[in-house]
Design a protein around this ligand. Structure first.
Ligand code: AMP
Ligand code: MG
Length: 522
């Protein structure tokens, strides 16, 4: 790969773990450990993104090369690079978890292209000092889910890590999917993902929890110098600006999640990027019927901490942990608290604007709070498909009768006709108010529709779609992986040939493992 420009700022500038073994241990006074990916026995490329390849300086043709497969399956190490696993800690499900670290992620290298820096990271490439009791590997099903979803999110306009490649390792991996004592072998796989960096909130929490304040200062300064160069003023000022920026980008990311109906599922502080990008696609899911209490993660089914409607609060809680981690450098609580408080007030006002834009309302009026609240309630009276509902709203004309409107959104309902009758009255009331509100907007029906269709996607990676791609891939048929990858590159466009993916979740997927229920086993 002749144009790839190797850079290694992280390893060159930060203190390394002097021990060079993969032995599981507490790794102190460092931010990373050098590790070698495990050699896959028979790697095979399933898919690669030519857009992401180009982003990092790899040409389309090079994707087909053996060199590409070897590098991104872990078989060979790129020249002039020294792969490493990062040491970080974190809060999991609200509890302090101590050292976690890259248990199965290995950073290959940083590269520079067109003035931008990217870290290339393998997921599922073997054990590291941070693997704890696990094997360092990943299975095909979770790798397909991560590979497809990250790219789908990117094209939806949601900040995210990117996916460069998806490869089979050729090795078998033992997993107990339901944690019920029935482990089985599955195909092992490796995803290469790409991000400006993989630094997490937990990276700072680790240093502060161990009172490694010299490293904390060095690491924060490293972060600011390379990733937040616009910060200005005294060091303390800069640390605060850094925190403010993380809060801002995190807020924007969550707003996008709520817009498209994405539920991350494991918003632990070790899964929060300082770049405000979506990271670590595990037991995530897409809202099908609009239910703010829904979480796909069966491990969280009791408390539902990471349910859809709680994501903004959790993000704020996570930022609070980051603030605590930065505190020893700032020694003043008030400015940090101010940023945390304004996170929620700003989120609420942004959320209102976003939600109204999904309804095609682009001005503000006193009645809007009631419209939003009313809709949120009514959407939950019976199962209503979020994506279909909002997308179909763009077909409404100001002159439509309530009956005409109803016909246009009807296919978003999961409910049988008898029940539909019962909730009809509630919908009629709401739509009467909504139509009246629409008539006060100055945009024409066409203009409004066009704007709405850039906000409300037509195609998202519904949980069952990823599962169908997985089922086919288990039979060595990867056509659906590619079909979904291509489809989701244009999620806001009408794609008549793919209309079948603009449909409610089929009945069989309602309770199927992998569709509505996912565990952390991956
Ligand atoms: P997650 O919440 O899935 O992002 O993972 C939490 C922690 O568990 C991270 O430190 C991961 O690196 C680690 N982990 C998850 N799965 C494995 C695995 N199969 N082998 C080693 N470490 C793992
Ligand atoms: Mg993680």
């Amino acid at each position: 790969m002749k144009n790839i420009k190797i850079k290694n700022r992280f390893t060159a500038e930060l203190p390394a773990d002097p021990v060079l073994t993969n032995e599981v241990r507490q790794v102190k006074n460092t931010l990373f450990s050098y590790v070698n990916p495990v050699k896959p026995s028979n790697p095979k490329l399933i898919h690669a993104s030519k857009e992401v390849a180009e982003l990092v300086g790899i040409s389309k043709d090079e994707i087909q090369s053996e060199e590409f497969l070897n590098a991104f399956s872990g078989k060979e190490i790129l020249p002039e690079t020294q792969p490493y696993a990062m040491c970080y800690a974190g809060h999991q499900f609200g509890n302090w978890a101590g050292q976690l670290g890259d248990g199965r992620a290995i950073n290959l290298t940083e590269v520079e292209n067109n003035g931008q820096f990217y870290t290339l990271q393998l997921k599922g490439a073997g054990k590291t000092p941070y693997s704890r009791t696990a094997d360092g590997l990943a299975v095909l099903r979770s790798s397909i889910r991560e590979y497809l979803c990250a790219e789908a999110m990117h094209y939806l306009g949601v900040p995210t890590t990117r996916s460069l490649s998806l490869a089979l390792s050729g090795d078998q991996v033992l997993r107990d999917v339901l944690y019920n004592g029935n482990p089985a072998y599955e195909n092992g796989a490796i995803v290469c993902r790409v991000a400006p960096s993989f630094i997490r909130f937990g990276s700072y929490e680790m240093l502060t929890s161990r009172n490694e304040l010299k490293n904390l200062k060095q690491f924060v300064e490293f972060t600011i110098q390379h990733y937040f160069p616009d910060t200005k003023g005294e060091p303390k000022e800069q640390y605060l600006q850094f925190f403010q920026k993380v809060a801002d980008t995190t807020r924007e990311m969550i707003l996008h999640w709520q817009r498209v109906g994405f539920v991350h599922g494991v918003m632990n502080t070790d899964n929060m990027s300082i770049h405000g990008i979506t990271i670590d696609y595990g037991p995530y899911g897409w809202l099908e019927n609009y239910d703010p209490n829904w979480t796909p993660n069966t491990t969280d089914s009791q408390n539902r901490r990471y349910r859809f409607g709680n994501q903004p609060q959790v993000a704020q809680w996570n930022l609070f942990q980051l603030a605590n981690a930065l505190y020893p450098l700032i020694n003043e609580a008030a400015p940090l608290e101010k940023i945390l408080d304004s996170f929620m007030t700003e989120f609420e006002s942004d959320y209102k604007i976003m939600f109204l834009s999904k309804l095609g309302i682009f001005t503000s009026s006193e009645a809007d709070d009631k419209i939003i609240k009313g809709l949120e309630e009514i959407l939950q009276l019976s199962e209503t498909d979020m994506t279909i509902f909002f997308r179909n709203l763009s077909q409404i004309k100001k002159e439509d009768s309530v009956e005409q409107v109803f016909e246009k959104i009807e296919n978003a309902f999961y409910i049988p006709d008898e029940i539909k009758e019962k909730i009809l009255e509630a919908w009629q009331k709401w739509f009467t108010v909504y139509l009246k509100r629409l008539s006060t907007e100055s945009l024409s029906d066409e203009e409004r529709s066009e704007k709405m269709n850039k906000i409300n996607p037509k195609y998202v990676l519904r949980n069952y779609m990823a599962q169908l791609a997985i089922d086919a891939a288990d039979k060595e048929d990867y056509t659906l992986v590619d079909e979904l990858f291509q489809l989701l590159k244009n999620p806001y466009d009408e794609q008549p040939k793919s209309e079948k993916w603009f449909a409610k979740r089929p009945d069989w997927a309602r309770t199927k493992v992998g569709c509505s229920m996912l565990s952390c086993s991956s």
